[in-house]
Design a protein around this ligand. Structure first.
Ligand SMILES: *Cc1c(COP(=O)(O)O)cnc(C)c1O
Length: 445
């Protein structure tokens, strides 16, 4: 066995871990001269101590800043931002976004209930999804939402059957989700445009479906929508999508279908997870302004872009150990709390909640779950930590808590909103009693 003189777990180059400046700015994080990490003036160490760990923390000011930045990049274009609820559906996050003028993009009846419960005007809600059930479609019709985006002609047939014979105050507003075949570069699990993909209606099938919708007075075709994928850092595919939908709009106009109100280029606007740049909003805005048809409004469906950077997961160091040349930091957050590293090999920066100026070590940060895939980071240089200290996992506001599970019978963590120098619990920690409550040891009794 060839043991190096310097164990692989000790990094040679950096001796102090530098905080990732770009991420800190996006999240609204500041490290004070005292070494304490603060989110909008609130000490993360204090939250971890008060509420225990693991715990998710979201920064309200950061969410608002992201919304404004995106909206301002589209100044001069008539637009509406529909927040993609699936990225983070906590009611406090939804309320905050509704208050600053966002609409909502939903993918289930559960999300419909969440947006109605937080006061979204139903006319600002759009419903996406390749497999909506009868019950979900009926709920959307009953709520009178802004658009049900159809993903197949069979879905339209089902919707026709569901509303047949019903007295409706207004025609049902529908859209067509188009599969535009715009190439994108991202993780294959989060690519949703392209030929062999389950989402949307093929471009050549759009006119036929549009004619069927137009022929039925119970329906109004209000939008042409698409969604390319997630975490796209290049603005060009979005511009290509706007152009593609604009072309289809022309085709439909030539056939006399000329009352479509908007085109919807979906979500997927990429953020920075390390110190590399996020999508260039100026280039996005300029590109879209150059191709947009001013007769219709532009709709967008960002999820990650609005909430991703604003969220942090706090965790506590349980143990440190070595196996072979590897050093492990065992923490109390696991893949059931944050699955992105295990599922997508996603990179999340990990920093100390209180900096002690210790040397950097290369470690695997792992959770307690009985799976080798249970890690938050692998071969990561972080400042040396000691048992009982806290770490902050950055950029986890989107697809973090919403993808949490109870695997290993672990209750899901609480969610906290920090806003204007205060923090409040937006979802309390689940209890073990709640995990057991829905089950029966003897299902035959
Ligand atoms: C997931 C999804 C979004 C949001 O994607 P982000 O990458 O979070 O911006 C928007 N629209 C649709 C239809 C989606 O499925």
């Amino acid at each position: 066995l060839n043991r190096a003189a310097t164990p692989a777990s000790v990094a040679t180059a950096p001796t102090l871990a530098a905080d990732p400046a770009g991420l800190f700015a996006d999240a609204g994080l500041v490290r004070g001269g005292d070494g304490v990490l603060r989110l909008d003036e609130v000490s993360l160490e204090a939250i971890a101590t008060d509420l225990g760990t693991p715990v998710y923390v979201y920064n309200g000011s950061s969410i608002r800043a992201r919304y404004r930045a995106l909206s301002e990049s589209l100044a001069g274009i008539r637009h509406r931002i529909h927040y993609a609820v699936k990225a983070n559906s906590n009611l406090a996050v939804l309320r905050l976004l509704r208050e600053i003028g966002a609409g909502a993009d939903i993918v289930s009846a559960g999300e419909l209930n969440r947006v109605l419960a937080t006061g979204f005007d139903p006319s600002t809600v759009v419903f996406s999804g390749v497999g909506k059930s009868e019950a979900e479609l009926t709920a959307a019709v009953d709520a009178g939402i802004g658009s049900i985006n159809l993903e197949s002609s069979e879905e339209h047939t089902l919707l026709e059957r569901l509303v047949a014979g019903r007295v409706l105050p207004h025609p049902v507003r529908v859209g067509i989700r188009v599969n535009l075949d715009v190439g994108v570069e991202t993780h294959p699990y989060i690519t949703t445009g392209g030929r062999a993909i389950k989402f949307g209606v093929r471009q050549d099938a759009v006119p036929g479906l549009a004619r069927r919708i137009a022929a039925n007075p119970r329906f109004k075709l209000v939008t042409l929508a698409t969604h390319l994928g997630s975490q796209l850092l290049d603005p060009r595919p979005f511009v290509a999508a706007a152009k593609g939908l604009g072309g289809l709009l022309q085709t439909l106009r030539a056939e006399g279908i000329d009352n479509i109100e908007s085109i919807d280029i979906g979500g997927g606007f990429g953020i920075s997870y390390d110190d590399s740049p996020a999508i260039d909003l100026q280039a996005l805005g300029a590109g879209l302004a150059a191709v947009i048809d001013q007769r219709v409004a532009l709709h967008l469906e960002p999820g990650r872009f609005l909430i991703g950077s604003a969220g942090i997961l706090l965790t506590r160091v349980l143990f440190r150990k070595h196996a072979g040349a590897k050093a492990f930091v065992v923490v109390d957050a696991a893949m059931n709390d944050l699955v992105r590293p295990s599922l997508y090999h996603a990179h999340h920066e990990i920093v100390e909640t209180v900096a002690h100026g210790r040397p950097v070590q290369v470690v695997d940060v792992v959770g307690p779950v009985c799976e080798s895939g249970d890690f938050l980071a692998q071969d990561r240089p972080i400042a040396e930590v000691q048992q009982g200290e806290h770490l902050a996992v950055l950029g986890v506001g989107a697809y973090g808590f919403v993808m949490a599970s109870n695997y290993n019978s672990r209750p899901r963590p609480p969610e906290v909103l920090v806003d204007r120098g205060r923090y409040g619990v937006a979802r309390r920690r689940e209890t073990i009693a709640e995990l057991l409550a829905a089950e029966r040891a003897d299902p035959f009794s």
